[in-house]
Design a binder for this molecule. Structure first.
Ligand code: AMP
Ligand code: GLY
Length: 412
């Protein structure tokens, strides 16, 4: 069987690495892949970007199943295209992807289906937003409605910051249309949790939990990033909290998707804030997380292909997902300067004695060498029955990896 993975991050390398372990799989086309997938068994990097060309490639190369990493393709409608051609794809169609693609759509969905989430208001007009913040209780959270490369959420602590933000989003139009409509919502203080569900259109299955570390600096300070590290499972998820998440978030979400007849199959990634032991939905993502996937894959004992195939066959209710009884720690090695400006093109040196699992993100394979090619460069993952030992494993392995301007957080 041939499969295809779309994307070029650490998440996609981790999925490829895990799928390569399935004896049902012959070839894995990585579109476009990275320096890690270039050297992963069964993997072939294919450099195409356009959705039509990707679909044609899948048809011509007998691709049985495609999994999409980045939301961008799903929001653009790749699943609709594949389904029209009779191709199997893991990911919701264009309309259902609005759960991630439009904050207004997702907040209205939460309200309609009684999903516990922060109070919010939607603004299409700068003056109305300005009037609203004059009487607001700070901090408030301002969000661009559309996708904005992870930069569309600002926590404003006072009126002047809020005013600047809504001006930048709505008038200066810094997100080329994505911020013309904004959502202003209640700021919730607590801790965050990523929950991954699989859904086949009929049945859902809890997949795994993780703790993401989104800020660039230690102690959760500084700019937001795509994620600088992850722990899985989330150390604070216990049965009592899980029960609340099921009742107040998961069941009404599944009910909402079914009631709205959204064409959804694939991953439902719930970004939660836990405040006073109560879960609130901050956002839906319609795909796996990065770097959460790098933390999760080394713990997955079941065959990932079987699980994904059961999404296609609507057999998730008969699927057993077995995990190693360990905890995993993933640390992202980034290019200094990320998430702003950074240089690329540096050789990466690896010591072969590494005991951790290594996934590539922003790397390319060039003239027999692995070279940096992005902000987040490598994910290093250690697992152990004890979190402290998993951490020790990761941080000692990092000592064996080197590239110029390498930066990572020491407190994952
Ligand atoms: P989002 O893309 O909506 O998940 O927002 C990105 C990040 O902003 C989240 O991971 C949180 O750290 C923060 N955030 C978003 N909404 C809120 C909120 N209502 N209260 C507090 N923090 C928030
Ligand atoms: N780590 C968060 C995300 O993938 O959106």
């Amino acid at each position: 069987m041939n499969v295809m993975i779309i994307g070029n991050g650490g998440r996609e390398h981790a999925l490829a690495w895990k799928l390569a372990q399935s004896n049902k799989i012959d070839k894995i086309y990585c579109v476009p892949g990275n320096g890690g997938t270039a050297n992963e068994k069964k993997c072939i990097n294919i450099k195409i970007e356009n959705i039509d060309e990707i679909a044609t490639f899948a048809k011509e190369n007998n691709v049985y199943l495609t999994i999409v990493g980045p939301e961008k393709y799903l929001i653009e409608g790749i699943a609709d295209k594949f389904e029209n051609l009779g191709l199997n794809i893991i990911g919701p169609n264009k309309k259902a992807s609005m759960l991630e693609g439009s904050k207004e759509f997702s907040r209205n969905f939460c309200k309609k289906y009684n999903i516990q989430s922060p109070n919010y208001s939607v603004f299409n007009n700068y003056n109305s937003a300005l009037n609203y913040i004059k009487n607001a209780k700070f901090p408030i959270v301002i969000k661009a409605d559309g996708i904005a490369s992870g930069k569309g959420v600002v926590i404003a602590y006072n009126f002047s910051d809020a005013k600047k933000c809504i001006y930048d989003f709505m008038i200066k139009d810094i997100f080329s249309g994505s911020g013309k409509k904004i959502i202003i919502e209640e700021f919730l203080e607590g801790y965050e949790m990523s929950i991954f569900l699989l859904f086949d259109g009929i049945n859902y299955k809890f997949f795994q939990s993780a703790k993401d570390h989104k800020k660039i600096n230690e102690g959760e300070k500084g700019l937001n990033t795509g994620g600088m590290g992850a722990i899985s499972p989330h150390p604070k998820l216990d049965n009592e909290l899980m029960k609340k998440i099921e009742e107040k978030i998961i069941l009404p979400t599944i009910n909402g998707i079914k009631s709205e007849q959204l064409n959804y199959k694939g991953v439902i990634f719930l970004g939660l804030m836990i405040k006073n032991n109560e879960p609130y939905l901050l956002e839906y993502n319609v795909r796996f997380g990065d770097p959460e996937t790098q933390a999760m894959m080394p713990l997955l004992k079941s065959d990932l292909f079987d699980i994904l195939n059961n999404i296609i066959n609507k057999n998730l209710n008969k699927t057993e997902i077995i995990w190693d009884n360990k905890i995993s720690c993933c640390v992202v090695l980034a290019s200094k300067g990320y998430p702003l400006k950074y240089d690329t093109g540096y050789n990466i040196k690896f010591d072969i004695n590494n005991t951790a699992t290594i996934f590539h993100s922003g790397t390319i394979y060039k003239n027999g060498k692995i070279v940096t090619n992005g902000g987040r460069v490598i994910s290093v993952v250690g697992t152990n029955i004890n979190l402290e030992n998993a951490r020790k494993n990761v941080y000692s392995s990092i000592q064996n990896i080197y590239f110029e301007n390498m930066y990572y957080r020491k407190d994952i």
